[in-house]
Structures are given as structure tokens and as C-alpha cells.
Design a binder for this molecule. Structure first.
Ligand code: C2E
Ligand code: CA
Ligand code: CA
Length: 565
């Protein structure tokens, strides 16, 4: 072959010059004789070896679509490690020969750029983990692998518990820092380094691929362990737990969306059961999401209606050390009388209210109503009556909780010492200093604080020392087995003794039988609550039974209305 294949059939210097300077490799092949009629300088410079070996056809001329006049495709030159865009067009050359013109652009740089762009589009910038888009792509690959090999894989869906509080409380900067720390720690677990994704604000996915399926339990165990320790942030230790939903593929689903839906159901069940745990998806749970969606919609509607559907019941708290076991006050317990769904007990809707961020307004509604009631009882012959109001940890973490309590007290005119706020031990998993500070400010108002459900969960006596509680409420579970179980008896006895030494009252809940009541009588227990004495009652009924002064007042008013003269 000549060093510069001349343009046959009439040398056309102008055309040759142009083609030599177009910035890409060009050659023309006769369709019939397969002879190369022209090749420009760049082709010689770049593909000298290929030309000598007659390798151009194999490289650039495959896969041309028959019948198409022109077309293009990308070619990867593996030995050279470069990418080319090959454009071809069939044409008539110099008046009568049928030829194919090939134009070859080197697109290696463009390809590399595209690849980085693609990779970047798979990265979450806050944490450096892969993002939702990447998760979807990878999961689809894993599902296909599992289906083809008849194996299984697992998707873990993690949602941080009450992350919003850290974010709002410490600021977004620290929220991001926490997300980063969590991400790095998760990525450190062997086997899942490349399978951790951040798929939402505080939501993560971890894929356990079929290849490492057998280490599924150990990986979940390691994740749980990570979250059982505090995170170091802003010169302090902060607890931030997570709730996890677990689904298996392809058994539970064969698409990203189906698996995500089920993982979300399982994760929400973990939240509902008290957070800080993992729940595996099962069909039993599937009946729940419909109800959850209904509940969610209805709850938002109820919020718009000024929370009127949320009613407050009162369960009397009695003093068993006084003759006749008189009522001393009541615990306010919320009921949701939902127009669409009927009466829903608090255990069912409070976790959802917390999840939706509606617990604060609902809780404030309870606080306001309960204080109004108690003030009325105090003014109508029962000046010592106290009301207990349950607070969710989420409410407590509002920075202005103390101000809200102060305002409600002012509004209702209730004496602070007649209000007791009940908080649960789950607060132990949150920022202790912050909690101490908020509860301290509430106590300064003169309001009393009770530690609810004592004996369950974190059950640390340290908290009783750290936070100056006024009342300890022993959990119902200890009363259930009181008659037969020596441990329950000694537990209540011990808490009673302890309470006396540190000057705290103890209240035992869930007393249902005479036998239970009699056992408690012999202990240092003063306050008792339970069906044995009374069930929670609507406000009016409670008043009729326990605050006769209120009924008298309304009767008097009724009489007055009947005879205006
Ligand atoms: P809790 O604070 O431990 O309330 C005591 C629960 O035990 C109430 O259930 C009460 O009706 C029930 N109970 C009372 N006596 C007995 C008894 O003798 N035997 C048995 N088996 N149960 C008895 P309820 O009203 O369904 O409330 C459940 C939980 O929901 C409450 O547990 C509390 O944690 C939460 N809750 C209720 N009202 C509110 C509220 O206004 N705000 C918040 N944040 N939580 C609330
Ligand atoms: Ca309570
Ligand atoms: Ca309780």
C-alpha cells in the first residue's frame, strides 16, 4: 500500500487537504473491491499497525446495519484502551464508485468524563455513600443474580429514630456530621463495604448479596451493636438508634419498588413496637399498611379539625394508705375517636403521630385539656386533686417545652404542683444533658415529674439519681405476676424502699384484683392505679363519680337556666 493512498479517479488535492485536517481519522473503502481508496494522515498516525495487519475491517466495520445509508457506533479498542465513535456512510465516490466513508473520532476522554459523571450521579454528597439511584440499579442486578442462581439476598432498610430532634436541636451541621459518622461506621462492616446506600434524609439501605447471604445474621448483629453505643458529636455523646425493616429477595419481591414497599412496612412495624429494633417482613404485616395509610390521612384530617376527635379519659389514682382508698387525682389517657376508623387506642396511633410529627400538637392538646379539667376539680371541692399527663420523648425534646407548660398553666390557672408529667425511660437513649436541662426547667415551674413504666426497657437507677423525679410508676408487668412471682414482689418491695429513702413516691399501675391490691397494702406503696379501682373514664363521667362538686355546679347552673326569674 502506498504511504498516502491517493484519491483515485481524479486526484483532488483540495479534498485531500480538507480530509487530512478534519481532526479525526477518515478512510474510504470501495464496496465492491474492498480496496481502500483513501486514508487521511490521522488514520496513518493512529492506526498504522491496524492498517498493516488489515485489521480495520474487524475493528470498525462490524455491525453496520444493512440497508441503512449511514450509521454510527461506539467501539472499544481493548489493546489500546481507547474508545472510538465510528461514523459510516455509503456514497458514490468521484462520480461512479460505490464506497463507504468511515470517520473515526477518539472519544476516550469524553467516555472517561461520562463515567465520572455517572459515578458522581450515584454518590450521595453528604455521606459519600451510594445514593438511591445506584441502589435501584445494584438491587436489580442482585435480584437478577439471585433469580438466575436460585439463591437469596437480603435488603435492610434503616430509618434513624428521632433524627429530626438531633438535627433541630444541634443544628444541621451536626446532623450531617452524625449522618457521615454513621455512614462510615456502617461501611466498616465486613462484606457490605460497597453495598451501603443513603436513600433519604435519615434512611439507609444495606444489601446483603446472594454471595454473602450466609453472614446475614452476623451483619444484622453488627449493625445493632453499632447503634447500641453513643455517637460522639459536639463534644458529647449522643444516642441515636435506628429501626430496621428486613426483606428477602426474590421471595418478598422482584423489583426495587416492591421490596422497598415491604421493607418500609417492616421498618414501620419496628418503630411501632418501640423503635431501636429490627423487624422482618411477613405477610401478616401487610394488612397493616392500608390501615396505616388510612390512619395517616385521618390523623392529618383530625389535626385540621383542631384535634377534636382526640378525647381525654381519666383513670383515678388512689391512695391506699388512707381509709377508704380515696381518689387523689387521675392520669389523663388519650383516645382517638376517629370518624372513619372508630376508636383507636393510643398504643396504636401514638407511634404514627410521632412518626408524622403530629405528636407535639396532639400532646399539647392533651396537656391543655387535662389542666383545664384539673383546675375545675380543684375549684369544685377537690383542691388537692392532681392530674398526670403523659409526654412523648419527642415532645420533651422540643426546645420550648418548658415555655409551653408554663403557658398552659397560666392559661388554665392550674397550680403547678397539681400537674405531674409522666415520661418514660426510653429517654435514656437520648441526650441525657439536654433532657436534664429541659426537665430541670419544667421542675422549676413547680411541676412534678414521674418516671413511667419503670422496670421495663433501660431501667437504670442512675436516671433516678440524675433526674430529680417525684414519682416512680412501676410498670404493669410486675403486677400481673404479683401473686405467684417472688421476683415481682421483691422488685416492687425494693423500689418502694428505695423510693422512700430518696423521698420519691411510688405508684403501682395495672392493679386488677383484690389479691394484688392486698399484697401491695403490705408494702411501701401509697399510690395505686388499675381496673380494680376503675377504668379510664370520659371527663364528665370521672367528675360525676369523683368530683361531686362539679356535677353539683352544673346542676345548679341547669336549675338557674330553667328559672331565670
Ligand atoms: P401508660 O402511660 O402506661 O398508661 C397506662 C395504661 O394502662 C393505659 O392504657 C390504661 O388504660 C391501662 N390500664 C390502667 N389500668 C389497668 C389495669 O388494671 N390493667 C390493664 N391491663 N391495663 C390498665 P391506654 O390508655 O391504652 O394507654 C396506653 C399507653 O399510651 C399509655 O401507657 C401511654 O404510654 C400512652 N398514652 C396514653 N395517653 C397518652 C398521651 O396523652 N400522650 C402520650 N404521649 N402517650 C399517651
Ligand atoms: Ca403513663
Ligand atoms: Ca405506665
Amino acid at each position: 500500500m502506498h504511504n498516502s493512498i491517493e484519491i483515485k479517479q481524479g486526484r483532488n488535492e483540495a479534498l485531500e487537504t480538507i480530509l487530512n485536517n478534519v481532526g479525526c481519522a477518515v478512510y474510504v473503502r470501495d464496496t465492491e473491491t474492498q480496496e481502500i481508496l483513501f486514508a487521511n494522515r490521522i488514520l496513518y498516525n493512529s492506526f498504522d499497525k491496524e492498517i498493516k495487519e488489515g485489521a480495520l475491517t474487524g475493528l470498525f466495520e462490524q455491525d453496520m446495519v444493512r440497508g441503512n445509508r449511514r450509521g454510527s457506533r461506539e467501539v472499544h479498542h481493548i489493546q489500546k484502551g481507547r474508545w472510538y465513535d465510528v461514523y459510516y456512510t455509503h456514497m458514490v465516490w468521484m462520480g461512479h464508485r460505490t464506497v463507504t466513508l468511515f470517520v473515526i473520532h477518539d472519544i476516550t476522554e469524553k467516555k472517561a468524563f461520562e463515567k465520572t459523571m455517572e459515578q458522581q450521579s450515584y454518590i450521595d454528597f453528604v455521606t459519600g455513600l451510594y445514593n438511591r439511584l445506584c441502589c435501584e440499579r445494584d438491587l436489580n442486578d442482585y435480584i437478577r443474580d439471585a433469580e438466575m442462581s436460585g439463591s437469596k439476598g437480603i435488603l435492610l432498610y434503616l430509618d434513624l429514630d428521632d433524627f429530626k430532634n438531633i438535627n433541630d436541636g444541634l443544628g444541621h451541621q451536626y446532623g450531617d456530621m452524625l449522618l457521615k459518622t454513621i455512614s462510615q461506621t456502617l461501611k466498616g462492616i465486613e462484606g457490605i463495604e460497597k453495598a451501603c446506600y443513603r436513600v433519604g434524609g435519615d434512611e439507609f439501605i444495606i444489601i446483603i448479596s446472594p454471595a454473602i447471604y450466609s453472614s446475614f445474621h452476623s451483619i444484622v448483629g453488627k449493625i445493632m451493636e453499632i447503634f447500641s453505643k453513643p455517637w460522639y458529636l459536639k463534644e458529647g455523646d449522643y444516642y441515636c438508634t435506628m429501626s430496621m425493616g428486613i426483606v428477602c429477595f426474590p421471595d418478598d419481591g422482584r423489583s426495587f419498588h416492591e421490596l422497598m414497599k415491604k421493607a418500609d412496612i417492616a421498618m414501620y412495624e419496628a418503630k411501632r413496637q418501640g423503635k431501636n429494633r429490627a423487624t422482618t417482613y411477613s405477610r401478616k404485616l401487610a394488612v397493616f399498611p392500608g390501615k396505616r395509610l388510612d390512619m395517616e390521612k385521618n390523623m392529618r384530617d383530625a389535626a385540621l379539625m383542631d384535634y377534636q376527635e382526640f378525647q381525654i379519659y381519666f383513670q383515678p389514682i388512689v391512695d391506699i394508705k388512707k381509709p377508704g382508698t380515696p381518689c387523689m387525682g387521675a392520669e389523663a389517657l388519650i383516645r382517638w375517636n376517629c370518624e372513619g376508623l372508630g376508636v383507636i387506642p393510643p398504643d396504636e396511633f401514638i407511634p404514627l403521630a410521632e412518626y408524622l410529627g403530629l405528636i407535639n400538637p396532639i400532646g399539647n392538646h392533651v396537656l391543655r385539656e387535662a389542666c383545664k379539667y384539673c383546675k375545675k376539680w380543684n375549684d369544685n371541692g377537690c383542691p388537692q386533686f392532681k392530674v398526670n399527663v403523659n409526654l412523648s420523648v419527642i415532645q420533651l425534646l422540643q426546645t420550648d417545652m418548658a415555655e409551653i407548660v408554663e403557658e398552659v398553666l397560666k392559661e388554665s390557672g392550674l397550680k403547678p404542683r397539681n400537674l405531674t408529667l409522666e415520661v418514660t425511660e426510653s429517654l435514656a437513649i437520648h441526650d441525657m444533658d439536654r433532657m436534664k436541662n429541659i426537665l430541670g426547667r419544667i421542675k422549676q415551674l413547680g411541676v412534678r415529674i414521674a418516671l413511667d413504666d419503670f422496670g421495663t426497657g433501660y431501667s437504670s437507677l442512675n436516671h433516678i439519681r440524675e433526674i430529680p423525679f417525684d414519682v416512680i410508676k412501676v410498670d404493669q408487668s410486675f403486677v400481673k405476676d404479683l401473686a405467684g412471682d417472688a421476683y415481682s414482689q421483691s422488685f416492687i418491695r425494693m423500689v418502694g424502699e428505695l423510693a422512700e429513702t430518696i423521698g420519691v413516691s411510688i405508684c403501682v399501675e395495672g392493679v386488677e384484683t383484690r389479691e394484688q391490691f392486698q399484697i401491695l397494702e403490705g408494702m411501701k406503696v401509697r399510690l395505686v392505679q388499675g381496673y380494680y379501682f376503675d377504668h379510664p373514664l370520659p371527663g364528665a363521667e370521672f367528675e360525676k363519680k369523683y368530683v361531686p362538686g362539679c356535677t353539683k355546679e352544673s346542676e345548679d347552673r341547669g336549675k338557674g337556666e330553667k328559672s331565670p326569674t
